[in-house]
Design a protein around this ligand. Structure first.
Ligand code: ADP
Ligand code: ZN
Length: 726
């Protein structure tokens, strides 16, 4: 039995203020301390960095960290220094004097961690310096960059092949979040790892809620997500640059502060956007995949894909940028089968990749991604299994499928039979669009030309929308009762099981997305004083600004939530908060105490509350139809209290529904729900103070009007403004 090395825990507590190691961290650290090579594969946010940082301190010798982006090194070093760890970076962005300081510290044996780019390692002067400094190990971050099978191949990583024979006595440690076996083998081979200890973490990210929803009204759907995350950080991914520009302009026009980001923008604009995001000066980025590697903001609360990414690896990477702090986060993808067609067109265009084999692989990836999006199996399960792991958590409670956002269409079999028989009659040579047009009975020219209006299936599903029928065909394909050919213009064909479906010998389930509850997970907020959290966040922003570092380097959101839940009255009590080690306690502790003391005195809050319980595992949620019930009732003119009785939900929840109902359905007047005189009093104040935040308006009336009343009126003002703009 191997026991926990007490030194590891001691160093972890002293510098980082954490009490326990995460899964595989101990194994990775033990192997490193034993001088073994390692390959550590963990999802983003899994805690890879500690695997080399803690051993470097325990062993009291130098570890060189190779990292692809100079822009990230400074934050990493600042974060370590804030924890009291002797760390530095060496790169071309520094002055000669700065570089000489670092070199002196190096040869003097004062440094434990040195961050460099792969290019720097190619310099012979630098190699000699490392020899003199006595480097004992190399940690290679984002190690998949060395493989051209990865999604981020970087030629400069190839030079790392020489490390093995240049420093035969140092151990090599590769870290990546890319899980495919092929990339893993490639890393081991390219770096010439010696009998490495391979540690592959659990790929599931239980704190992420995945949702894939049919794309309908893109802008409205985007706004929906943004509204659910007011004041929080998010990344919105688009397929093309022009989509980025278009969406960013629309969102700005609607009063959201967003920054666009894509490879076509000037470097200084891109840098500014990235910096604003990292400094929390801007919370929403609209970007192409070009926005990625440089992002280490840990409190991203949502990632929204307005189109399907081109591979599951990309999807995992991009959605994985949410919730790196381990707190709940939302990953939504708006899906339309035409996205797959766009990707195929882009990838077949030739410019992207002249190598035929790569192109075929890329097209295959698009199809795997499409299957993922269309299959109605648990998103967590499908993702984890794609990466070769087993998932048997049952209902995850954190994806659209498990949260029951889909409901079974009662006459699934009959509908599916009509669809399949339409494919038979049209002669198995048409794509989804054409089949849908026949089923709906559309008199288009193409259809009339082929006399498809004479088919017995013409118009037999005329009562359903184009989108609904398209979704169902995708589902029938996913259940293999039809096949979609690959290529640029896929056509629908029969499969061996089509006939048995037509004869009624098989069952099929077609789903439609149900109007669902806002399933935001509030459990991570249990006991947290929101107002204090906001004040601490504001304090952190100022603190970060004065030190010229991004806020997450100061403290993570999870630590802020802990502080806002416990509200420690002394440094002793504060030291027990996860994320506060000795160094932060002495540098930040007194200022934090003042913020907490001021707040508690002002707000009459108590100190030293018990720490919130650790998050219980997710329970499958029973989703009721109360939102759609409420909307239907409001449409009939029901009063708030009627709807509270009808649904059994809290009044504040129902008022929230009413506000959303008003914004989305824009009733002309809201006299049924708010007194005329209140309405007339609030509107000019809202016009003056803006509608982004309710608190200033509430303060203006000095508590005489309730938040509920203000919220409903503001919703109407927003709806009115929206309907006036084109
Ligand atoms: P990765 O490099 O794998 O993406 P990081 O090393 O950046 O992940 O760690 C992600 C987050 O988890 C960081 O905020 C880090 O402080 C936190 N973390 C890592 N290990 C632990 C631990 N043992 N206990 C508590 N928090 C941890
Ligand atoms: Zn699920």
């Amino acid at each position: 039995m191997d026991k926990e090395n007490p030194r590891l825990i001691e160093v972890l507590a002293r510098h980082w203020g954490f009490a326990t190691l995460r899964p595989l961290q101990r194994e990775a650290m033990d192997a490193a301390l034993a001088g073994r090579d390692t390959l550590v594969v963990m999802p983003t946010g899994g805690g890879k960095s500690l695997c080399y940082q803690v051993p470097a301190i325990v062993r009291a010798s130098l570890t060189v960290v190779v990292s692809p982006l100079i822009s990230l090194m400074k934050d990493q070093v600042d974060g370590l220094v804030a924890c009291g760890v002797p760390a530095a970076q060496l790169n071309s962005s520094q002055s000669g004097a700065q570089q000489r300081d670092v070199e002196r510290a190096l040869t003097g044996g004062a440094l434990r961690l040195l961050f460099v780019s792969p290019e720097r390692l190619a310099l012979s002067s630098f190699r000699q310096l490392l020899g003199r400094a006595g480097v004992t190990s190399f940690a290679i971050d984002e190690a998949h960059c060395i493989s051209q099978w990865g999604h981020d191949f970087r030629p400069e990583y190839r030079q790392l092949r020489e490390l093995r024979h240049l420093f035969p006595n140092a151990s090599l440690h590769a870290y990546t979040a890319t899980a495919t076996e092929r990339v893993r083998r490639d890393i081991v081979q390219q770096l010439a790892l010696r009998d490495p200890v391979e540690l592959v973490g659990n790929f599931d990210r239980p704190n992420l809620t995945y949702r894939i929803v049919p794309k309908r009204d893109e802008v409205a759907q985007v706004e929906d997500v943004i509204r659910r995350h007011r004041g929080e950080a998010g990344i919105i991914y688009c397929i093309r640059r022009r989509d980025v520009d278009g969406l960013a302009a629309i969102l700005r026009g609607r009063g959201y502060r967003v920054a666009p980001y894509h490879a076509g923008l000037a470097p200084e604009l891109r840098r500014a956007a990235q910096e604003a995001f990292s400094k929390e000066a801007c919370d929403i980025i609209v970007a192409t995949v070009a926005f990625g590697m440089g992002i280490d903001r840990s409190n991203v609360r949502f990632v929204l894909h307005t189109g399907m990414p081109k591979s599951i690896e990309h999807y995992q990477q991009e959605s994985g940028r949410a919730g790196r702090d381990g707190l709940e986060a939302d990953c939504t993808m708006l899906y339309s089968p035409s996205d797959a067609a766009s990707w195929k067109a882009i990838l077949s265009g030739g410019a992207e990749d002249p190598n035929a084999e790569h192109r075929r692989a890329a097209l295959e990836n698009v199809e795997r991604m499409q299957q993922y999006a269309e299959a109605l199996v648990c998103r967590h399960k499908a993702l984890v299994e794609y990466f070769g792991q087993i998932y048997d958590n049952g209902n995850c409670g954190a994806c659209d499928v498990c949260l029951d956002h889909h409901e079974l269409v009662p006459d699934s079999l009959v509908i599916a039979q009509k669809i399949v028989s339409c494919v038979v009659r049209a002669g198995e040579s048409f794509g989804i669009g054409h089949i849908v047009a026949i089923l709906r009975g559309v008199n288009s020219e193409k259809l009339l030309q082929r006399r498809h209006d004479k088919l017995s299936t013409f118009g037999i599903l005329g009562g359903y929308s184009k989108e609904e029928l398209g979704d169902w065909i995708s589902q029938i394909v996913a259940q293999r009762f039809l096949e979609r050919t690959s290529g640029l213009y896929p056509i629908l064909r029969l499969t061996p099981t089509s006939r048995s479906l037509l004869r009624g010998l098989r069952t099929v389930s077609l789903m439609r997305s149900a109007d669902h509850e806002d399933s935001r997970d509030d459990r991570a907020w249990i006991g947290v004083d929101h107002a204090l959290f906001d004040e601490l966040r504001e304090w952190r922003r100022r603190e970060a600004e004065s030190h010229g570092v991004p806020p997450f380097v100061i403290l993570g959101d999870s630590t802020l939530r802990h502080l806002a839940a416990v509200r420690p009255s002394s440094l002793e009590r504060m030291r027990q908060i996860s994320g506060i080690g000795d160094s932060r306690l002495s540098t930040l502790g007194p200022a934090l105490l003042t913020v907490i003391l001021d707040y508690c005195t002002k707000a009459g809050a108590t100190f030293d509350a018990p720490a919130p319980p650790p998050l219980p595992p997710r329970q499958p949620k029973i989703v009721t139809a109360s939102r759609s019930q409420a909307y239907a009732a409001f449409r009939r003119g029901a009063l708030i209290d009627d709807v509270v009785n009808l649904t059994g939900r809290a009044r504040s929840t129902i008022t929230g529904y009413l506000a959303d109902f008003i914004v989305s359905e824009r009733p002309r007047t809201i006299e049924r729900w708010v007194d005329r005189e209140h309405y007339d009093a609030i509107t000019p104040v809202a016009a003056r103070l803006g509608t982004e935040r309710l608190k200033p308006i509430y303060d203006e009336f000095e508590g005489r009007l309730s938040y509920d009343t203000i919220r409903v009126v503001v919703a109407h003002v927003v709806a009115q403004t929206a309907s006036q703009s084109p």
